[in-house]
Ligand binder design. Structure first.
Ligand code: SF4
Ligand code: SF4
Length: 100
């Protein structure tokens, strides 16, 4: 993982119902996130170990060894043109590309 490549976004903390309210029913004691907060939380996912199609490997490879595939299939590496510069590894945020 290269954490410096991620934007820092604060967590949306859950809030709690007041105790004198909680004793009146069996509803959850934690308040739910709003839909907007929920969507913002999903954007904090770092996609650890899985390609999330950021395109950094494609952008940084100056040898044309990374080929873009149709949407949803991400990228393909052509090692016959790779010179081992490791720019793709250094700029892959989530650890999907491993150093050999
Ligand atoms: S190591 Fe360098 S040349 Fe090889 S795929 Fe990665 S960026 Fe391209
Ligand atoms: S840099 Fe990593 S996460 Fe980004 S597209 Fe390439 S393999 Fe996927």
């Amino acid at each position: 993982m290269h954490l410096d490549l991620y934007e820092t976004k604060p967590r949306h903390e859950r809030t709690f119902r007041e105790p004198n309210e909680r004793v009146k029913d069996f509803e959850p004691f934690m308040n739910a996130l709003s839909m907007e907060e929920f969507i913002e939380e999903t954007k904090r996912c770092m996609s650890c170990g899985l390609c999330f199609d950021c395109g950094n490997c494609f952008t940084y490879c100056s040898h044309g060894a990374v080929k873009k595939l149709p949407k949803g299939q991400h990228y393909e590496f052509h090692l016959e043109t790779c010179d081992g510069c490791m720019k793709c590894f250094e700029n892959c945020p989530c650890g999907y590309i491993e150093k050999m």
